[in-house]
Design a protein around this ligand. Structure first.
Ligand SMILES: Cc1cc2nc3c(=O)[nH]c(=O)nc-3n(C[C@H](O)[C@H](O)[C@H](O)COP(=O)(O)O)c2cc1C
Length: 178
């Protein structure tokens, strides 16, 4: 059995903005790029930050994970998550981050979204990618989360996450969340 602790930290994670306790940043990251953007957003907004961790880790070999992800996405497979996945019930605004995998969110993110009711909530997606930007993830999230309002997402080049601060700041200002 694989037991990996879900990584969560409460708002105030170096926050500049006052935490309302109503905003959550949740993300999956296979190779670390999306984590950088998630931490940036949490820091800027004072939101709680949680990582989605699959019960069974994805392979580290690039070709192997690319092939596995293709099979899973084509099949609509929803991998099990490690214990401790966050409950969005107490949040009004949920930032959802994923690497772009085959033009959409990674399967663990789909598992988490499909497991909860997001009616009346605002979902704000962000994605790291190497050319496909948001792909069709915004539409896919709308379909997985009926009743939620899905904002225009922020695509960030995976290779340029270190330089993403100005784009994140501009996007947050446009969204009016800080
Ligand atoms: C399984 C897999 C599928 C991918 N599919 C795409 C894709 O369709 N379009 C794209 O632009 N990048 C794609 N990429 C590149 C990743 O989206 C990019 O490297 C991302 O920043 C990785 O984020 P992470 O470090 O948080 O895992 C893919 C990478 C992997 C491993």
């Amino acid at each position: 059995m694989t037991l990996v602790a879900m990584t969560c930290s409460a708002g105030g994670f170096g926050a500049r903005a006052a935490s309302t306790g109503k905003t959550l940043v949740v993300y999956f990251s296979h190779s670390g790029n999306t984590r950088v953007v998630a931490e940036r957003i949490a820091r800027a907004t004072g939101a709680d930050l949680c990582e989605i961790v699959p019960a069974k880790s994805y392979p580290t070999d690039y070709r192997t994970v690319v092939d596995q992800a293709k099979r899973e996405i084509e099949a609509g497979y929803r991998p099990a998550l490690a214990a401790g996945a966050p409950d969005p019930q107490n949040y009004d605004v949920v930032f959802v981050g994923s690497p772009c995998w085959w033009y959409t969110i990674a399967p663990p993110v789909a598992t988490w979204l499909a497991a909860h009711d997001f009616s009346g909530k605002r979902i704000i997606p962000f994605m790291t990618h190497e050319g496909s930007r948001m792909g069709h993830s915004e539409q896919d999230i709308r379909e997985l989360c009926p009743g939620a309002t899905v904002a225009e997402g922020l695509p960030v080049r995976g290779g340029a996450v270190g330089d993403s601060a100005p784009a994140v700041e501009k996007w947050l200002a446009k969204l009016g969340v800080r």
